[in-house]
Design a protein around this ligand. Sequence first.
Ligand SMILES: [Mn+2]
Length: 353
Amino acid sequence: MQYIFNFASTKLRIKVENIAYLERLGDILEPCSNIILVGHVNPDGDSIGSVVGMAGYLEALGKGATAVVPNRYPDFLSFLDPQGQILSYADQRQEVEAALGAADLIICMDFNSLKRIDALGDAIESSSVPKVLIDHHPQPDGIFDLVYSYPRYSSTCELAYWIIRGLLRGSGLELPLHSATALYTGMMTDTNNFSNSVLPSTFRMAGELMEAGVDKEWVQKMVFGGYSQERMRLMGYMLLENMKMIPQYNAAVMVLTKEIKERFNFADGDSEGFVNLALNIRGVKVSALFTEGDEFIRVSLRSKEDFSVNSLSRAFFNGGGHERAAGGRLYIPVDEVEGYFVESLGKFVGNEK
Ligand SMILES: [Mn+2]
């Protein structure tokens, strides 16, 4: 099924696949006044950008919107939430539960399963109000009442932009500038600064948002110019001393242990983007970053060409995601991680043949 939306106001013909139920979202929103927007665990630019973008749209409609995330977002994203209105379930459990109790609609963004949002998932599951999903990860959970799941979009922010734009058409209302900026930011970070999964529609969105007043240089500065000295030194160390090449599988791996974190005074978000670095090396098709935490080892996987890290993660790393960007968890000692990765690649590549 394919729907063409002809945005008459700009004479642009934008193809939004399967957005057959745009009106249904409008209908669902109509009677609601307290809407909860939910982002994912370890929120990134796309997660915060999409909830802030949607919150602005709902406010333009005169509705109450509360954004909640399972745990705090990294500091560099605080420019999208200058008044600190986004609630973290880990730190503000009571406020989140009170907001959920008063909610008449829940919109989940940028994740496909309530398992991805830890304990917050249980709180959401037990709420009886309608639940909407807006996301670009494949294979969403069946618990949602209305699903906008489009894996071919660059980002949830891009998908949300086209949805909001469609809903705003003819309404005389406008998306507030801070929300437009948030959507731009999430699209920019999820595409790794316009390099992955970028479609003509992505550039159209960027162009329209710039015309609407989004200050692209400022966003660039806030996102890429705010690194700490420790983060840069950690990146240098990981590339020089830690990254290992696994040439037989065209792979590279980094293991960020607690010991290394301590040495570089690690703060949340400091390793953002590290997993992409090895893909810049000629011949590397798969890159992995394993990060030791208190309860498990966080797995980040990236790939190029036809290698599916979504399948690799589902088979061996208790996770999944996109074909070329996936996550997961491991519950083994950190010194066994590299061996396990090599072994998994062997089995995976063997099975593919
Ligand atoms: Mn995303």
